[in-house]
Design a protein around this ligand. Structure first.
Ligand SMILES: [Zn+2]
Length: 559
């Protein structure tokens, strides 16, 4: 007998097949039948024509630290995500020696958009090695399924300590890192992740340790996947890392390579397509390479207290190690402003901010006399002040003790270009960055945005293809076994939704992090149910109270 049957649903199998009306049965956490089901079941749910799909596999999250205090991985499960891959870009919290805990958290503050205080108040450290970390998550429980990368920056910090973000490694150090990567792979990591992106900085502007790796270190550590015989190599690349070099690594290790972050940039509109063309050519030569893209416009809300938007600029460097009065001084400094302005004016293959001041708004002004600036662009404000937009932003912020809230539409806002990315055969829908950049943006609801905006409103993808892009496709790329499709024998990770209304709601600022830290969230719209391993964790009202956490730490992959 089945545990429950969902009857009269529009079934989307996750493999791209045309949708069919039918029923789906679940027994002992797995899908027990699909189609027209006559057998008995303990419970029945009439879907009344709503759509049923596999749960979303979010392949780019940063829940590593958050999971230690929030096993629910809020807000992802309510947004239809039933499996999250953590440790992207190589930002993990394991391995970590007790003496290096502050060092590891300091690396995360900038990129995760959480203060050091929040991370210190929240993070539980019942582990040292990668195997210990996975076991700790298992003991504690997780609401959704979790798969973790071995993270380059943590491995480097474990071996090199304070020197990790400062210099190249010796041969002996690289050999020690190699042992740690292999240990993580044996413990069930999904692959190896790293970053060479200049946007990735730790506390006070120190580069993320992986950015200091030379070619020998990169080749050796990626080579571990060949030795392990499985796993995906994931990298967020800086402009200096070429697709050609990554193809060499892919050829040497014989493993799939996922390249992030291929975001469309209005001022250099072809560069992302050039990268994808190189990726396509590599595939024609027999490498498995994918470009990680996003279906969301990249918008960042920021204040000058932590302006991530500008921190990837070389000219911003001198400001990053400063705080208090010296920091305000440099923001006011004419020559600092000139060098920032000059750098933004120069062309770049990939850069977060490219001088599109007409897309930067004042979201919230602190002083009543500046309220009229709200919802104005910096171009408009600059015109009124008789200055230039950079001066206008910095002057306004300084007058408000840096508390002015700005919102910048940075990348991926050209819908025709993004449609082309979404249809590309070698793109991977990705980059939610859930669990990171918490005060800047929240794209954890990217799946609902794909289904609502790109499928229903713009008709860029068919419903079945969009569902495949969110489930079966990442499932297959990362070798996640028996998930990502509605097939008998597969784990019952499911989302029931209304294609006519599905969407992510407007962003809201909430203060629910440890110690009262703030973050942005977006509520689900049109989601009627989410099941993880056969347990219903959400209904039309959102997340349900859970007496048991149904997620699993995934350690077995067939990639
Ligand atoms: Zn990331």
């Amino acid at each position: 007998m089945h545990d429950f049957v969902i009857r009269n649903a529009l079934l989307l199998d996750g493999l791209g097949s045309a949708p069919v009306h039918g029923d789906l049965a679940v027994a002992q956490g797995r899908i027990s039948a699909v189609g027209k089901i006559k057998d008995l079941s303990r419970e029945t749910l009439d879907a009344d024509g709503l759509a049923l799909m596999p749960g979303i596999i979010d392949n780019h999250t940063h829940y590593d630290a958050q999971l230690t205090w929030d096993p629910l991985a809020s807000p992802s499960p309510a947004l239809g995500v039933t499996t999250a891959i953590i440790g992207n870009c190589g930002f993990t919290i394991a391995p970590c020696r007790p003496a290096d805990r502050e060092l590891i958290l300091k690396n995360l503050t900038q990129v995760e958009g959480m203060s050091l205080e929040v991370l210190q108040a929240g993070t539980r450290w019942d582990f040292e090695s990668i195997p210990d970390f996975f076991s700790m998550l298992e003991r504690q429980g997780v609401a959704l399924n979790v798969a973790g990368f071995v993270g380059h920056s943590s491995v480097r910090t474990y071996v090199m300590g304070e020197d990790a973000p400062r210099r190249a490694a010796t041969t002996a150090e690289v050999a020690m890192m190699k042992d740690l990567v292999l240990e993580g792979m044996r413990a069930g990591a999904v692959g190896f992740a790293t970053s060479t992106s200049p946007n990735h900085n730790g506390h006070a502007g120190i580069p993320m340790p992986s950015r200091l790796a030379d070619e020998h270190e990169m080749r050796t550590l990626v080579g571990c996947l060949k030795e392990a015989g499985r796993g995906v190599f994931m990298l967020t690349k800086g402009g200096h890392t070429t697709v050609e070099f990554l193809e060499e690594l892919a050829a040497a290790c014989g493993r799939p390579v996922v390249i992030a972050a291929l975001l469309h940039q209005g001022t250099s509109p072809r560069s992302v397509f050039d990268d994808l063309e190189k990726i396509a050519a590599a595939n024609r030569r027999g490498r498995r390479m994918l470009g990680a893209i996003s279906c969301c416009p990249l918008t960042m809300d920021f204040t000058l207290h932590a302006p991530y938007t500008f921190e990837g600029l070389a000219a911003w460097k001198p400001a990053m190690s400063l705080s208090g009065a010296p920091y305000r001084q440099i923001l006011a400094d004419k020559s600092f402003r000139k060098s920032v302005r000059d750098e933004i004016a120069r062309p770049a293959a990939f850069r977060l901010f490219n001088g599109e001041w007409d897309k930067v708004y004042v979201e919230h002004a602190k002083l009543p006399k500046h309220r009229h600036c709200e919802q104005q662009t910096l171009v408009e404000i600059a015109r009124a002040r008789g200055t230039d937009p950079l001066d206008a932003m910095l002057d306004l912020a300084i007058e408000e003790d840096l508390d002015t809230e700005f919102s910048a539409l940075l990348l991926n806002s050209d819908e025709q270009a993004v449609a082309e990315l979404l249809r590309h055969p070698h793109s991977l829908v990705s980059l939610s960055d859930a669990g990171a950049h918490l005060t800047l943006f929240n794209d954890a609801g990217y799946g609902l945005h794909l289904l609502g905006h790109w499928v229903r409103d713009l008709k860029v993808l068919s419903l079945e293809e969009a569902v495949r892009r969110l489930t079966g496709h990442p499932g297959e790329v990362f070798g996640i076994q028996n998930r990502g499709a509605l097939k008998p024998g597969y784990h019952a990770d499911l989302m029931l939704f209304d294609p006519a209304t599905v969407n992510r709601g407007p962003k809201k600022r909430v203060q629910d992090l440890p110690g009262g830290g703030a973050r942005l969230i977006t509520p689900p719209i049109g989601v009627h149910g989410v099941w993880v391993n056969g347990t219903r964790i959400a209904d039309e009202k959102g997340l349900r109270p859970l007496d048991r956490l149904p997620g699993k730490v995934l350690r077995d992959f067939n990639s």
